[in-house]
Design a protein. Structure first.
Ligand code: GDP
Ligand code: MG
Length: 600
């Protein structure tokens, strides 16, 4: 396949607008996968993705399609890169786009342009890609393609004549999609006569083959048996296997200019496969490709073994998971309350959730309240990056002279009747309005600068609930801003529990402290002794609750006699205990840690 017969494209869309379904239909249409293969959404590979209906990792598939272009019937090799739909993974979206020359911008015909449509459009636009608008779900009774065409024109200046109308469900209009890809998206621009340069897009670990790298060959060609080097690490490798994702791995022995495929090269760990790295012919001299922005971790949380599981098991489980998700950062840490564990950094809340969910399938864990990365400055001029509130002394010997917190620019699109509710929510969350306009007669477009901390804690759920699910939301990271922050400690019977400390804005400290203490009272079971739960800033107690002791005879009375019932109860208690963590002398269930998450 000469590169003029190759097309690389991606599908971008707001979540649920039909990207994965459309991808599946195109794979069926080209015979790449069988129709009705029984597994909806072929490209959503991972189990959590299936369960939650989201695409976390971009998947690539190669298909073949005959098309008559300029009077010649030609077979084209078309690479489709599926992209994640959720805001946390915009980093993965821009990565996928680096291997493409064009995109299908899929928009739901009834919902119209949503926040991620805007964000994704700009990612493609900034990367100079051809954009083909696809208005999908035209089979729905509430579909209004004309209105969507109008929005695309007014917001992105897209030509109404260029829009394709499809239903990935009924198949209507799908026959126009691949011809449009072939005719409107340019072939990859690389030079086949130049020395090999390829971009490392992604990597994962396969039990049988070892590290598998997804690559885009920009210039030259890659052949099995050759030797390649990494621009990032300087390491060299023998090319053991080369091929395409069809979507199963198919050995081809060679990847030509413009192709996207996989390579196995005897790397021992995915840590050697730096995403965004340039791989080139051993000993040749090339300029590395631009690469990607480094991963930015927005949220950090501690992960500790729950009672009944050990650190080593957790270590192994984390090692295994990060092998296939290099975007999680992991560092050992220790907590007085919870012992030895890890501090993990994530791209966002969903990313964190997905990771925790996978981790729990392998190991019993306690995860601590997530925190965003703050910067604190002390009176001696030193600045520290705080990724764990416990790292901040409660009574610093040196005075804190300034602190900064990360902010985001949020885009919110809502039916106009919800504008008031959004303004209230965003001001409660310390937001600053940057823009407020209308994208058509019924929909408002709002831009806010918000502290990252305020959207990390339950913002999305709140947003959805006050707008009956109609709001769409996306955010991009922005600068740090100066802020008046304090450390809030939680004390159980006078002992600070380091794993429960949080950093909050001074004006919110009182309310947050109150709520945390009330939540804990609800979720910690009564024990044989009294428990005093307190919230404090430095040495000042700002909230207090008392959990009275369990009366001893209660147990004896209700469990007396019936031995099988007693056994059952004990069994049940043991079950519940798995997720307990003993802090000092107090047993704290996992849910208590989890509930702290929801206080903002
Ligand atoms: P993604 O999040 O963009 O990947 O969206 P999915 O492909 O997972 O689709 C979201 C939902 O919309 C699924 O329930 C699909 O079955 C449904 N869907 C996708 N395309 C169409 C369509 O053309 N018409 C209708 N009525 N439903 C569709
Ligand atoms: Mg999807």
């Amino acid at each position: 396949y000469p590169s003029e017969n190759i097309r690389n494209f991606s599908i971008i869309a707001h979540v649920d607008h039909g990207k994965s379904t459309l991808a599946d239909r195109l794979l069926e249409l080209t015979g790449t996968i069988r129709k009705g293969h029984g597994q909806p959404q072929y490209l959503d590979k991972l189990q959590v993705e299936r369960e939650r209906g989201i695409t976390v990792k971009a998947q690539t598939a190669t298909m073949f399609h005959r098309h008559n272009l300029h009077g010649t019937d030609t077979e084209f090799l078309i690479n489709l890169v599926d992209t994640p739909g959720h805001v946390d993974f915009s980093y993965e979206v821009s990565r996928s786009l680096a291997a493409c020359q064009g995109v299908l911008l899929v928009v739901d015909a009834a919902q119209g342009v949503q926040a991620q449509t805007v964000a994704n459009f700009y990612l493609a636009f900034e990367a100079n890609l051809s954009v083909i608008p696809v208005i999908n779900k035209i089979d729905q009774p509430t579909a209004d393609p004309d209105r969507v065409i109008e929005q695309l024109k007014s917001m992105f200046d897209l030509d109404p004549k260029e829009a394709l109308l499809t239903s990935a469900k009924t198949g209507q209009g799908l026959e126009q999609v691949l011809p449009a890809v072939i005719e409107r998206i340019p072939p990859p621009p690389g030079k086949s006569s130049s020395p090999l340069r390829m971009l490392l897009l992604d990597s994962y670990y396969d039990e049988y083959k070892g590290v598998i790298c997804h690559v885009a060959v920009v210039d030259g060609a890659l052949r099995k048996g050759e030797k390649i080097s990494s621009a990032a690490t300087g390491q060299s490798y023998d090319v053991l296997d080369v091929g395409i994702m069809h979507p199963e791995l198919i050995q081809t022995g060679v990847l030509l200019t413009g192709q996207v495929g996989y390579v196995v090269s005897g790397m021992r760990s995915t840590k050697e496969a730096r995403v965004g790295d340039t791989l080139y012919q051993y000993r040749s001299v090339v300029d590395p490709l631009p690469g990607f922005k480094p991963v930015k971790h927005m949220v950090f949380s501690g992960v500790y073994p729950a009672d009944g599981s050990d650190f080593e098991a957790l270590n192994i489980a984390i090692e295994k998971l990060t092998c296939n998700d290099a975007s999680v950062s992991v560092a050992k840490e220790s907590s007085t309350a919870l012992g030895l564990g890890f501090r993990c950094g994530f791209l966002g809340l969903l990313h964190m959730d997905v990771f925790h969910q996978r981790l729990e399938q392998a190991s019993h864990v306690i995860s601590t309240v997530p925190t965003v990365p703050y910067i604190f400055e002390y009176s001696d001029g030193s600045k520290v990056h705080i990724q764990n509130p416990a790292m901040l002394p409660s009574n610093p010997k040196q005075r804190v002279t300034a602190c900064w917190e990360p902010t985001v620019i949020a885009t919110i699109i809502i039916p106009s009747e919800y504008v008031g509710a959004i303004i209230t929510l965003c001001s409660e969350r310390r937001g600053e309005q940057l823009e407020y306009s209308f994208i058509d007669s019924q929909r408002a477009f709002m831009k806010y600068r918000l502290p990252l901390r305020e959207i990390v804690v339950d913002f999305y759920n709140e947003l959805k609930s006050i707008t009956s699910g109609y709001a769409s939301f996306d955010y991009e990271e922005a600068d740090y801003q100066a802020s008046d922050l304090v450390k809030l400690d939680i004390l159980l019977n006078g002992q600070p529990v380091d794993a429960m400390a949080t950093i909050v804005h001074r004006l919110k400290a009182q309310r947050v402290g109150r709520e945390l203490v009330e939540k804990l009272k609800k979720f910690i079971d009564r024990q044989m002794f009294e428990i005093i739960i307190q919230a404090a800033i430095g040495s000042k107690i700002i909230a207090r609750e008392t959990l009275s002791a369990m009366r001893k005879n209660v147990l004896a009375k209700c469990y007396g006699g019936d031995i099988t019932r007693k056994k059952k109860l004990l069994e049940k208690q043991k079950e519940g205990k798995k997720r307990m963590k003993r802090v000092g002398s107090v047993d704290i269930p996992q849910e208590a840690f989890h509930e702290l998450l929801k206080v903002s």
